[in-house]
Design a protein around this ligand. Structure first.
Ligand code: NI
Length: 138
């Protein structure tokens, strides 16, 4: 078993808020991420998969294929979009990095499984200092 990671990048807007809270409580809880007029982050997404090496190719997975799957199913839906409004798999969810990492996992996991490899980790960096790692519902 060996692990391989592909990094992708996207920029997106969001707002962390609860509409049943007033602006002050949202600000106290979510800080600048509750700014009513949105703001953006430059996200780095690390998708780690694991499997056995194919003796014919020496690869666990063709990294170009993995990149294509991530771009078609995640990046194309989220890059330069508003996570709260535009992203189908985030509808009705609070647009936190935690929920976004889980949403990305749920999108990618079935697409990776059919390649005879396993999704191991979604690591999502919202800033240089803050990141989430999700290993599935374990
Ligand atoms: Ni934010």
């Amino acid at each position: 078993m060996i692990l391989i990671t592909r990094r992708e990048h996207f920029s997106a807007a969001h707002r962390l808020f609860r509409d049943n809270w007033d602006d002050q409580k949202n600000l106290d809880t979510f800080g600048n991420c509750s700014n009513p007029n949105w703001h953006g982050h430059n996200y780095n997404l690390f998708v780690t998969v694991k499997g056995e090496i194919n003796p014919e190719t020496g690869f666990v997975v063709n990294i170009k294929l993995l990149s294509k799957i991530i771009k078609e199913n995640i990046i194309s839906k989220i890059d330069h979009r508003n996570i709260n409004i535009d992203v189908d798999f985030m509808k009705g969810k609070l647009a936190s990095t935690e929920n976004l990492a889980i949403g990305i996992w749920d999108q990618l996991e079935p697409l990776i499984k059919v390649l005879d490899i396993e999704l191991h980790c979604i690591k999502l960096m919202e800033t240089e200092n803050n990141y989430i790692e999700y290993y599935g519902n374990k």
